[in-house]
Each structure stands twice: as structure tokens, then as C-alpha cells.
Design a binder for this molecule. Structure first.
Ligand code: ADP
Length: 362
């Protein structure tokens, strides 16, 4: 080959054979070595005489084997590091997962690759929720047992008094029967509320939804509560909305909601006070307000009154009408099933204002 075509390769590919096709179409492998300043040694061999395997063996096999070994070593070390990086946190997650059932799981530090960190974060979330739910189950059972214990002790005491003759006069017997009747009725209410809540939780309560106007329900509430408010010397006002408050809902459950809210207003408002039940259409929502001038709820407790068994001050809800702190939890569930919101604003000593917001049915 002409020198000009060879020369550039001499420095580039000193030890590797180059390829050249001459003017007669013959193929050559060649190498060029510099001998001194102005001489180059040029070795060429016709390609047909040289086995490609030989070139591969002589030129490439050694370096390839070396590179392969090195790559293997690096891959081995890397895989060790990677597996520790990935499997370390995964092993910790699986260890903690075994403890979740016993309620002894701890939060896992977020380490390792992004996906494993996300898995650890989701695991921590799940553990927290499971622990909260386990705790609320324990609280729930403790609350139910506590609430049942008081009336049962009372019933047992009065029944024993009748049995052993401690209560023998007709008045004493009548009083014992009254207490037993009252406590049994309270327990019955508790069991009914618990059943309602359980069914609402499980979604097994049968809601019969239909398109309805809320205003007629306000009429029913007025009819039901007026005698009670009059007896308690409380001024009761009902304001219906000026246009149809049409929603998609279950009239029985909505009535139960109004009953609960008005029951509370009546329970916590002293004589001479005022209760207002008002309905209005506000944008694409229907708002129902239950406002009273009762004792109110301290700001720090306002979010908690919707929890099961939560009562602001157990002492203040004495007497026959004493509840169990389940009424607002039921209200909350009913409103949520109607895709609505239930909220409260209140000023202790001045009164409470409950608002139910339910989407308007176009
Ligand atoms: P309860 O059956 O004990 O009334 P609720 O779940 O209905 O249970 O209410 C929870 C608590 O919220 C009540 O015990 C009471 O302390 C407080 N509460 C509810 N409504 C009112 C209200 N209108 N005024 C003052 N406090 C209220």
C-alpha cells in the first residue's frame, strides 16, 4: 500500500494488524514497526493465509482474559456491596413485619436504594396504622366494658336488695324496679348505638338513598322537639331554606342525624336558652346548622368530640339523659356516607354551632 495510507496507522495501531485491500482486490493484514528515524518495517500477509482464529488467539485472547477476570472480580465485589445495600434494609423490614402481629414493631430507618426507602416508608405507615387500630380496638373494648360495668353493678345491687329483703317496703321495691328499668334501658341504648356504629363501619347498614328535599325533615324535627324544648323552657326556632334543599340521601338516617344533634343541643342548653335549626343552600352544598346557647365545648376538645366514647366532661352529663359519647361518632359516619362534612365551632359558656354540609343534588 502507498506509504501515505500506511503512515497514519503506524503510530495508532502499533501492535495490532491493520487491514488493506490492494488494487487487484487482494486483502492483506499488515503491521508496521518503526526501525529508526527514516525507516519503517512493514510486514504484510495475505488474508487468505492467515486464520482469523490465530489473530484472535495471538492478539486478543490474553488481554480479553485479563479484562474478563478483572470484570469478574469487580462484579463480585460490586454485587457483594449492592446485595448488602439492598438486602440489609429488606431483611430488617421482614424482621419487623413478623413483629407487627404481636404489636411490637418499630419504625425502620429509611436507607438503601430509593425503591427500598419507599418500601420502608410505606411499611412504617402501615405499622403506625395497625398500631393505632390495635390501640383503638383495646380502648373500644375497655370503654364498652367500663360503660357496661356501671349499670350492671347497679342492677346487681338492687336485685340483691330485693332478694335478701333489704328492700322490702313497696316504695323501696318500686325504686329498685325503677333503677333496674332505667339502667337496662341505658344498656339497651348503648348496645343499639354500638350495633349501628359497627354496621356503619362494616358498610352493612342498609341505606336507602333517594333524591329528597331536606326542608320537610326540618318540619318533622320541629314537630318532635317543640314539646321537649317547651318543657325545658328553651326557645326553639326552625328556619327552612328559601329554595328546595335537594340532596341525594337516606331520610331515616338524616332524621337520626338531626335527632342526635338536637338531642345534644337540648341536653347541654340550660333553661331560658335558645336552639336554632336552620337550612340553607350555599353554592353547590346544602348546609344545616344546629345552633345552641348552651355550655359550649372547649376549643382543644372540639376535634375530639367526634371520637367514640369521647365526652367533654363526664360529670356534666348526669341524670337519665347521660349518653355514652357515641352520638356524634354516628352522626359523623352518616354525614360521611352522604359525601358530606360535619364540623363544630363553639365558645365555652356561649354555645355551640354544628354545621352539616351535604352536596346539593342538581
Ligand atoms: P353523648 O351521647 O355523650 O352526648 P356525643 O357523641 O353526642 O355523646 O357527644 C360527645 C360529647 O360532645 C358530649 O359528651 C358533650 O360533652 C359534647 N357535646 C356534644 N354536643 C354538644 C353541645 N351541643 N353542647 C355542648 N357540648 C356538646
Amino acid at each position: 500500500p502507498p506509504r501515505s495510507t500506511l503512515f497514519p496507522y503506524t503510530t495508532l495501531f502499533r501492535s495490532l494488524p491493520n487491514f488493506y485491500r490492494d488494487s487487484e482486490g487482494q486483502n492483506w493484514y499488515y503491521i508496521i514497526e518503526r526501525i529508526n528515524e527514516d525507516r519503517l518495517a512493514y510486514f504484510a500477509v495475505n488474508r487468505s493465509r492467515l486464520q482469523i482464529v490465530m489473530i484472535f488467539r495471538d492478539q486478543y485472547l490474553g488481554p480479553l482474559a485479563q479484562a474478563g477476570l478483572l470484570a469478574l472480580l469487580v462484579a463480585f465485589v460490586l454485587s457483594l456491596v449492592m446485595s448488602r445495600w439492598i438486602t440489609g434494609p429488606l431483611r430488617r423490614i421482614s424482621r419487623e413485619a413478623r413483629q407487627v402481629a404481636d404489636g411490637r414493631a418499630h419504625p425502620i430507618p429509611l436507607e438503601g436504594p430509593e425503591e427500598v426507602r419507599q418500601l420502608a416508608a410505606s411499611f412504617n405507615d402501615m405499622t403506625r396504622q395497625v398500631q393505632e387500630s390495635q390501640q383503638s380496638q383495646k380502648d373500644f373494648i375497655a370503654n364498652v366494658s367500663h360503660e357496661l360495668k356501671t349499670p350492671l353493678t347497679s342492677i346487681q345491687g338492687f336485685a340483691r336488695a330485693i332478694q335478701d329483703g333489704t328492700a322490702h317496703s313497696s316504695e323501696e321495691l318500686a325504686q329498685a324496679a325503677d333503677v333496674i328499668g332505667m339502667e337496662t334501658a341505658r344498656m339497651h341504648r348503648l348496645v343499639q348505638d354500638l350495633l349501628t356504629l359497627t354496621k356503619l363501619d362494616a358498610g352493612t347498614i342498609a341505606f336507602s338513598f333517594k333524591t329528597l328535599d331536606l326542608n320537610p325533615l326540618l318540619d318533622v324535627a320541629q314537630y318532635r322537639f317543640t314539646p321537649r324544648t317547651e318543657a325545658a323552657d328553651i326557645h326553639f326556632e326552625v328556619h327552612k331554606s328559601d329554595r328546595p334543599a335537594t340532596i341525594y340521601g337516606d331520610p331515616d338516617r338524616l332524621m337520626q342525624l338531626l335527632d342526635n344533634l338536637l338531642d345534644n343541643a337540648l341536653k347541654f342548653t340550660p333553661a331560658g336558652g335558645k336552639i336554632i335549626l336552620r337550612c340553607e343552600v350555599n353554592g353547590d352544598m346544602v348546609w344545616v346548622h344546629v345552633i345552641d346557647t348552651g355550655e359550649g365545648i372547649p376549643v382543644e376538645e372540639q376535634a375530639r368530640i367526634f371520637e367514640r366514647f369521647y365526652q367533654v366532661d363526664k360529670a356534666r352529663t348526669g341524670g337519665e339523659v347521660r349518653g355514652y359519647g357515641l352520638g356524634l361518632a354516628i352522626c359523623q359516619q352518616i354525614v360521611q356516607t352522604h359525601n358530606g362534612e360535619l364540623s363544630v365551632t363553639s365558645q365555652p359558656g356561649a354555645g355551640s354551632h354544628f354545621v352539616v354540609k351535604i352536596p346539593l343534588q342538581p
